[in-house]
Design a protein around this ligand. Sequence first.
Ligand code: M6R
Length: 606
Amino acid sequence: MCGIFGVINGEPAAPKLLEGLRSLEYRGYDSAGIAMVDPRGSAPMTVVKAIGGVDRLADALRGRPADAVLGIAHTRWATHGQPSVDNAHPHVHAGIAVVHNGIIENHAALRASLGAAGHSFATDTDTEVIPHLIAVHRAEGRDAVGAIAGAMQELSGSYAIAVVFDDDPDALVAARKGSPLVVGCARDGAYLSSDAAALAPYCDKVLALDDGEIAVLRRDGVELRRPEGKIRIDESRWAPARASTGAATRGAFAHFMLKEIDEQPDRFADTITANLKAEIPNALVEARRITFVACGSSAYAASVASAWLEDVAGIPCKVEIASEFRMRRRIPGEAHPVVLISQSGETADTLAALRLAKEQGLPTVALVNVAASQMAREADTVFETRAGKEVSVAATKSFTAQLAALAVLCLRIAVLRGSIDETQARLMLADLRALPQHIATVVAGAGKIAQAAERFEGARSALYLGRGSSAAVACEGALKLKEISYVHAEGYAAGELKHGPLALVDTAMPVVVLGASGPVLEKTASAIAEVRARGGRVLHVTDADGAAATPDVPHVVLPRMTGPAAAIAVPVLECVALQILAYHVAVARGINVDRPRNLAKSVTVE
Ligand code: M6R
């Protein structure tokens, strides 16, 4: 996580650094800082840091020297050391300022050896060893690039760094291993960032650094180096700078999350269209099994879709959490495709899982929302969701867009395998195409769901129950609630209730039950009765005639799905209802819904 931005051009750097950081706050927002070099100033380097978001940094910068044309900036998501001004980046030693994204795994050993050589440290961060190491190598007479290359040989872990030197106002230097870093060229200078989209307003073209590369940025362009020497840049590595789709303004909506919930009908429809023509690799059509790998909400999307693929296309599926999958030494069994799902396309564990799958010779497929992401660059096959830019930390439209893409791909794979015929597929697709209007109906009924959210008043813990793919939706609903309202919640397969969780139920506990019409409605009604018998505050989310099925229980009523793709449609609608529910519980608790504590939008550390 953490966002890095840097610029060198002919104009004061501070406004651009602040603007760049604002577009990176999704990567972390607990503190921010900036370092600028100007030999004409009273001191050659100005370093300013603040706790909180970029607005607080802008306040701290007021009245400080601001003529420098070169600078680096950072927005932090704390890994080592709590959010504080000391721990905020840049970290400075001997006139060398460094901003860092990633984790230096051997920082304790480096601190110890540097400490023994007389270095002292002022922060709790892993990053602080970097300027010290660079200074050590500079003292050996190496130039900036040589000193950074020397430091890189001693660092283990993952990192993207940007460095400025107080004795060089004409260059900023950047390097990466494992964490993303992109450089950009503009008519007026050169830029760098941890996210290509942040460079789009300024640059004509951008280039993603490869592992081990060092970039030197000057006003007249970018030069790439490796420790062993200069690299001739292959022109095809430059790509046009592309802004991410979807405006990042929240308009009249109180929060981005609400806006993103509201956009779902359109984003779902766009994603269906985008995936109707995408080429499907043979590896998926002929697969004897598929492993899905993802984190967080994306893993729940995989769980929902794996039930569809097994039912409709007859392919056995397994869902693995990326942080576990990546630790495997080998993946037993015959070669089979690994499908990585990620909104950002950058999540460190999912990216590592992708690399492991490739090392093992398995075909890799990435489903991402960011077309220029690292996963999209590295996977054998890429499918896209068209959710547009998602600002709120909680996944909403990206989740339903993943379901849209997976549903279409499932139908297409099923036809290619002969598991369903063209006519069945057409009817199911027509159902899917009608789904955005039903999503819009759920969104339009948000007022009723807001009333239902009152059942969470004073609650400290909640249960979410569902069956089949709705069990995964229950887990996603519980994640949404805990993430933005800080109410502890768990999702369970409803049948598991009496095997343990029922012990938790008391009069203070809300229990959200997903129970649509169909063969399991009666069983759901039994689970509801069991909870009510213990005084639990049930909320039944259903497309059935709730009053008849579960009388005396409050309901969230969904549009009735009866078509051939009802099993695909129902979980999507349930999920939208649970997003709205979590939103209103969080708002009632006065929480900053878009930026819940301790989290970041993009998890680029392990
Ligand atoms: O970008 P990714 O889809 O790889 O992110 C995975 C998770 O970090 C993400 O889904 C997270 O769980 C969401 N904040 C949940 O709302």
